[in-house]
Design a protein around this ligand. Structure first.
Ligand code: AMP
Ligand code: MG
Length: 419
């Protein structure tokens, strides 16, 4: 087991142990937010045939040469083509067909004159503009050609991708499995939110924030409850989590007399890869894997303090869960910011400073969310980003440049639509 390693070393060890999950087929209605497990090649042509982009008249452009409002060209209306028409007659030279949006273009015609540019009179129509060949026609295959690779494996499915899959006739889709994450909290002082807080007890908020962090990533939390500070209870509950893909336990991994989690993990066959990461908050992070064959769940022993638990999840569990579900990009967007107030620390550990973000012209300004103590969950509530205060640095002066992981792009939201 490695001790006292850097955040970058820890992340590399985590990702080296994190294989991508297999795939499953899921109904199209349930794939929002899931990650495609295989590329999608089209077996269709979209649109399937040349069709009209407008309500109007299908014509041969050459028949309407020189047409204008003053000197319209009169054509007989030979037939009508509604959307969805199965059989469409051929358009003979010197005639027009009434056509509706989305209807297939009759053979023999090559353009559509908008209804607004035509004047119907009985069986004839006056064409009042000179159409260009191909005008108001949507070409077969202009969206998707047969055999085209429309979506790549690893793409996260959103509304547009799901609409495309529907167009391609894919009612079921191969996506990566969702990770099941067993969540254990531990401590004699902890109760559930509706529990009795007399005598200095506190609510196990970590159970809730960690489950929510899992759900945000499309993983399925499985709650193992609150373990008492007793090895037997911790073991009993952790055993129930051995069937999960990932175990996330919080608290009890430090060096206190009642920190039994690491010992119990080792007893259950978990090989610990590291303990102690030179970061703040979150130093006492442990990571390992159950099972000698490397097939058992990944195990994260997060520190108990609410901010430390969320931060270590954010920096290590999150990328692992993203990797696990097949995503190609594992990290938050990074922006370069100007520091609004001076920050100081002792060199040695990387600090993850919770900040609010605002725009000032082209610059992004980062301001600390206040008390950065690892028990002050309020510092996370307001956080729009996490500022990276490098391990060996001791000061960031006002106006200094730093890198921020963006948690919430809302600071880019605008009061105006931009059009
Ligand atoms: P420990 O790692 O057990 O020493 O816990 C460190 C600090 O985190 C203590 O103040 C605990 O009360 C607190 N803590 C531990 N687990 C939780 C939890 N599930 N929710 C909120 N606070 C916790
Ligand atoms: Mg404890």
């Amino acid at each position: 087991m490695q001790r006292d390693i850097t955040a970058a070393e820890a992340l590399a060890l985590v990702l080296a142990e994190t294989p991508v999950l297999g795939s499953e087929t899921v109904a199209l209605g349930d794939v929002l937010g899931r990650v495609l497990a295989e590329p999608v090649l089209s077996t269709r042509v979209l649109p399937p045939a040349d069709n009209s982009a407008m309500d109007g008249y299908a014509v041969r452009a050459a028949d309407c040469a020189g047409a204008s409002e003053r000197a319209p060209v009169w054509l007989p209306v030979a037939f009508e083509v509604p959307a969805g028409a199965a059989e469409v007659p051929r358009l003979e030279c010197g005639s027009a067909a009434r056509i509706l949006t989305g209807a297939p273009l009759p053979a023999g015609s090559d353009s559509v004159v908008r209804q607004e540019d035509a004047l119907r009179s009985g069986h004839r129509v006056a064409i009042r503009v000179e159409p260009e060949k191909g005008e108001h026609v949507r070409r077969a295959g202009e969206d998707v050609e047969r055999g085209e690779r429309v979506l790549e494996a690893g793409v996260r499915l959103g509304a547009a991708q799901i609409g495309m899959l529907a167009s391609l006739g894919r009612s079921i889709v191969a996506v990566h499995q969702r990770a099941r994450v067993a969540i254990l909290s531990g401590g004699d002082e902890l109760v559930e939110p509706d529990g009795d807080i007399a005598g200095g007890r506190i609510v196990s908020s970590n159970s809730w924030s960690i489950a929510a962090q899992c759900r945000e990533l499309g993983a399925e939390p499985v709650y193992l409850g609150i373990a008492r500070d007793a090895p037997e209870d911790i073991e009993r509950r952790l055993r129930a989590g051995l069937a999960a893909d990932v175990i996330v336990s919080s608290a009890g991994v430090s060096v206190g007399d009642r920190d039994f989690v690491r010992d119990v993990l080792e007893k259950l066959g978990c090989r610990l890869h590291f303990w102690g990461v030179k970061m703040k908050p979150g130093y006492p992070l442990a990571f390992g894997r159950v099972g000698a064959d490397g097939r058992g769940p990944l195990v994260f022993g997060l520190p108990g303090n609410p901010v430390s638990a969320m931060m270590t999840f954010e920096q290590f569990v999150r990328p692992a869960l993203l990797r696990r579900r097949g995503a190609r990009r594992l990290h938050r967007p990074l922006v370069s910011v100007r520091v609004a107030e001076a920050l100081h620390k002792k060199p040695g550990r990387l600090h993850f400073v919770r900040v609010t973000l605002s725009r000032e012209g082209d610059a992004i300004i980062a301001q600390s969310t206040g008390n950065q103590s690892s028990g002050v969950l309020k510092s996370m509530i307001r956080a729009q980003g996490i500022l990276i205060f490098e391990a060996d640095a001791s000061e960031l002066a006002v106006g200094a440049t730093a890198t921020v992981q963006v948690l919430d792009g809302d600071f880019l939201a605008s009061d105006t639509p931009g059009f």
